[in-house]
Design a protein around this ligand. Structure first.
Ligand code: AHR
Length: 500
């Protein structure tokens, strides 16, 4: 019952793009208001940003941050969120049946990114639900043109002399979903995305553009949607998006723990579809994948908070994550890393309060959810070249995915030659012995083995008990003289083994 694999510097998947550790801020619930932005909070800075949250965002290690939606963007007028705050209109947010005050907008988003630090990069979604080419161009001119035109001068008049330099744009959001304001067929969307991309490139030819793929592998139009959209946009875009959320249903924890089986097959099926379109077009270009929404999300659970229609910043989607959720979450990170050759952008949805690794109380504390730890560790140590891991593992039976490996793992080799193994044991009851042959990697010592696991797999961090779950050191992990790493992975655990 031992899981085994071998690592070799000659067998690699690809370089990890720092954008793999992106996240997402949507005007949704309390992600923006009382999440990252709360002018009355004791920790707020001059711009109204919560510095306690900024500290946690830096510690989390996020890079690219997608904004402003999500479903929200598909009826959003970006102009509502610029200029003097007191003159900004209050609007109906159709996606989340809330009232949007627009106190936070483009300029505040850029200020937020700049305060996080140089690693933070904008990823701006445009509204292709209720709007189109003209408004995308206007936003681009406002954001990126240095000055001397009506819209760029307006930005300067609004106090932002320097252009925002937004290089990465999403052409709409989940346009395949019937719930999306302005939902379209693949033909309709493909044409609009192509024309928008063509026009945006007339201003800046080198933009990086993401076309909407499917909102999940289970969508009826999956794969046909990607093929139709890419047939029209192949030469005009750089990425196709993927979105996936997972939850435990009907008490079937075994299947939930295997969620990354779906993630990996989703990625592989999208790669196959992209390459099929490329082959038909006789193109040398490869379309990469932007997995710009992923997470655990308990969509089928009723909201425990009372919420009324058209409320400001309602408490919605405030999932409180358990140890089990963190293990599945870690496994989703492993799935992304295992496909780092083609998944070159990924955004954890979302950043604060809304299905988020960071929680806050209005006027009060900010704390780390269980999912904070796998993300922060992967963002810190998952930098470099992903090594090819082909494990032989004991298996278990799941209702949703059939027979699945108990071990889910990847390994990343940093520039200085050190290697980090990320591994999940999916067994709810049994420890999993692990042996790794470290061929020709020149490694001599185990630097650290840390795990997220708990006697109570439902343990959570809450306002009352903010540090109930944190990573703990694991003893007994050794590197033998013959170059074999041996470890024991606790039942239902996320593990980070650092080797130097
Ligand atoms: O992240 C929450 C929502 O999930 C987003 O607004 C939407 O794009 C997706 O359906």
């Amino acid at each position: 019952r031992t899981a085994r694999f071998a690592l070799d510097p000659a067998f690699t998947i690809g370089e990890v793009n720092p954008r793999l550790f992106g996240s997402f801020v949507e005007h949704l619930g309390r992600c923006v208001y009382t999440g990252i932005y709360e002018p009355d909070h004791p920790s707020a800075d001059a711009e109204g940003l919560r510095t306690d949250v900024l500290d946690l965002v830096r510690e989390l290690g996020v890079t690219t941050i997608r904004y402003p939606g999500g479903n929200f963007v598909s009826a959003y007028n970006w102009e509502d969120g610029v200029g003097p705050a007191e003159e900004r209109p209050r609007r109906l947010d159709l996606a989340w049946r809330s009232t949007e005050t627009n106190r936070f907008g483009l300029s505040e988003y850029i200020a937020f990114l700049r305060k996080i630090g140089p690693q933070a990069e904008p990823m701006m979604a445009i509204n292709l639900g209720t709007r189109g080419v003209a408004e995308a161009l206007e936003l681009q001119e406002y954001a990126n043109h240095p000055g001397g035109t009506a819209r760029s001068d307006l930005r300067v008049a609004h106090g932002d002399k320097e252009p925002f330099g937004i290089g990465l744009w999403c052409l709409g959001n989940e346009m395949d979903g019937p719930w999306q304001t302005g939902h379209k067929t693949a033909e309709e969307y493909g044409r609009l995305a192509a024309e928008t991309a063509r026009a945006m490139r007339q201003i800046e030819p080198d933009l990086e553009l993401v076309a909407c793929g499917s909102s999940g592998q289970d969508m009826e139009t999956f794969a046909a949607w990607e093929a139709t959209v890419l047939a029209q946009t192949y030469d005009l875009v750089d990425y196709i998006s993927l979105h996936a959320y997972y939850e435990e249903t009907e008490g079937d924890r075994d299947s939930f723990l295997a969620s990354a089986v779906d993630t990996e097959s989703f990625i592989e099926n999208v790669v196959a579809t992209c390459d099929h379109v490329g082959a038909r077009l006789k193109s040398k270009k490869k379309i990469n994948l932007s997995f710009d929404e992923w997470n655990v999300w308990y969509q089928s659970r009723p909201n425990p908070h009372p919420v009324e229609d058209w409320q400001e910043a309602p408490r919605i989607l405030e999932d409180v994550y358990s140890v089990t959720d963190a293990v599945v979450f870690g496994s989703l990170l492993i799935a992304l890393l295992r496909h780092a050759d083609r998944v070159t952008v990924a955004c954890l949805a979302q950043l604060v309060n809304v299905i988020a690794p960071i929680m806050t109380e209005p006027g009060g504390a900010a704390w780390r959810q269980t999912t904070f730890f796998p993300f922060a560790q992967a963002a810190k140590y998952g930098r470099g070249e992903v090594l090819d891991v082909r494990a032989v593992s004991p298996t278990y039976e799941t209702k949703k995915y059939g027979e699945v490996d108990l071990l889910h793992a990847t390994a990343v080799r940093a520039e200085d030659g050190s290697v980090t193994v990320f591994a999940v044991n999916r067994s709810q009851t049994e420890p999993l012995p692990l042996e790794v042959a470290l061929n020709r990697l020149g490694l001599t010592a185990v630097v650290e083995h840390s795990a997220v696991a708990d006697a109570d797999p439902d343990a959570r961090n809450t306002l009352q008990d903010q540090e109930r779950v944190t990573p703990h050191p694991v003893e007994g992990t050794t590197l033998q003289d013959d170059g074999t790493l041996t470890a024991v992975l606790e039942p239902l655990s996320w593990n980070v083994i650092r080797l130097g």
